[in-house]
Unconditional design. Structure first.
Length: 455
């Protein structure tokens, strides 16, 4: 019997525990909060539940194009109902994960854990003496937390972190969002749809600085259309609470005033107080645990997965890492066992329109001098998009001109987070554009635009 201890029950931790148990390991999962982690509590699930409500309200304002009277559209959201809905969604998913782990025999301890060595973990459970557990393998999956600038002091009322805004105590009249990455723009979409006035402070020259420039421009157009103020090329330097609101001052002299401010300026790994240094586990200068392609640390029996590993901060990537870790622990690392290719992980931004991409990006290819073929089809040419009265956006396919192999792609538009799965499968499996062209897809459907771009 292989004994596995998993520290942290987020997507990486619960997937590692579940997969290891299914392979015959005896698994103990230590979680200080709730199983499901930050993804269920504050990040992925609560935010998308709020975005679903915001999206429905935004859609209702466009119902005139589908033949509805504008008077039929709801004009507000019941904030308490929304709050209870978020609680219900997260609780149901949490129960589902806990029931699965219980059915597999995973022992869940509510407490804190720290390494005493490569094969020993100390666990502190409230109202109980500390216990030492032996393990053949330890998985560190403690996640991350929002980064707080040294000029800010969040109070959860006027000054909010991303984990204090699902939803905030009250709907902001005017929200100032600091940070224009994925999290920042999702909040901009969310609150502008709910009726808040929004100002976005963008430190670079466009939002989503790590995304395709054409994709970012499409989102900026939508933000401007709905009245969002963009402070481009401005870096926030100070924050002051004044009577009834907040004032954010930028390095270029511009000043943003609002009723609330939301800080969306990245995250920090939860790698402190875990006994990593005494156990000899290396971390980088930012505090992320250093891992190899098996998610092993420099100490062979200790693994790290999820945000704390410093790889792509996506729940899907964390979950995949957790499964791969469990398989490696249990000896399933044969030649057929594929490592995670982080360059082929699909990601999405749940704004309006949605944005999703996978694989090689156009700018990345040009910067490296790699020859590519780029083809694009606008949703304005899609029958289904016209039926839905939402022709915004496009599909872009990037391929190798010599072989026709699909290298990457991007989708901007309705259901982009679902449509990118087709492109992601092609990228992962090494399919060619002809494979996409010869797929007989449903008509009318938005997915047809993918085949048309490939053609």
């Amino acid at each position: 019997m292989t004994d596995v201890i998993v520290i942290g029950g987020g997507p990486a931790g619960n997937q590692a525990a579940s997969r290891a148990a299914s392979l015959g390991a005896r698994v103990t999962l230590v979680e200080r909060d709730v199983v499901g982690g930050a993804a269920h509590l504050w990040d992925c699930i609560p935010s998308k539940a709020m975005i679903a409500t915001a999206g429905a309200l935004s859609f209702s304002r466009r119902m005139g194009g589908l033949g509805f009277s504008p008077a039929a559209a709801p004009s507000y959201v019941d904030y308490e109902v929304l709050r209870e809905r978020i609680k219900d969604v997260t609780a149901r998913l949490q129960r589902s994960v806990e029931e699965l782990l219980s059915s597999q025999g995973v022992k869940v301890l509510r407490g804190e854990a720290r390494l005493l060595g490569a094969n020993t973990v100390a666990v502190s459970v409230p109202d109980n003496p500390e216990q030492e557990l032996g393990a053949d393998a330890v998985v560190i999956s403690t996640g991350s937390r929002p980064r707080i600038p040294d000029w800010a002091d969040p109070d959860g009322i006027r000054v909010l972190t991303t984990r204090q805004a699902y939803p905030p105590p009250e709907l902001p009249e005017h929200l100032v969002v600091v940070g224009s990455g994925v999290t920042g723009v999702e909040f901009v979409h969310m609150f502008s749809s709910l009726g808040s006035k929004v100002t976005l402070i963008v430190s670079r020259q466009h939002v989503l600085p790590h995304k395709d420039a054409e994709v970012a421009a499409a989102l900026e157009d939508e933000l401007l259309r709905r009245g969002v103020q963009l402070y481009k090329g401005a870096r926030a330097l100070s924050l002051e609470q004044v009577a009834g609101g907040v004032v954010v001052r930028c390095d270029d002299g511009r000043v943003a005033t609002g009723s609330h401010v939301l800080l969306a300026v990245g995250s920090l790994p939860n790698s402190e107080h875990l006994g990593l240094e005494p156990a000899g586990v290396k971390v980088d200068k930012w505090g992320y645990v250093t891992i190899n392609h098996h998610c092993q640390t420099n100490v062979p029996h200790i693994y790290a997965a999820g945000d704390v590993s410093g790889k792509l901060p996506l729940s899907s990537v964390a979950a995949m890492q957790g499964r791969k870790v469990a398989e490696h622990i249990m000896g399933l690392h044969t030649r057929e066992h594929r490592h995670i290719d982080y360059d082929k992980a699909a990601s999405a931004v749940f704004t309006e329109p949605e944005i999703a991409d996978v694989g090689l990006a156009e700018a990345e290819a040009f910067a490296s001098g790699r020859k590519i073929r780029v083809t694009k089809v606008p949703f304005g040419a899609s029958a289904r998009a016209l039926i839905n009265d939402d022709p915004r956006g496009f599909v872009k396919i990037i391929s190798d001109p010599a072989t026709g192999v699909v290298l990457g792609g991007a989708v901007v538009g309705n259901q982009a987070s679902e449509l990118i799965s087709v492109v992601a499968l092609a990228v992962t499996a090494g399919l060619k554009v002809t494979d996409l062209v010869e797929s007989c897809l449903v008509h009318p459907s938005l997915a047809e635009a993918i085949a048309e771009a490939a053609e």
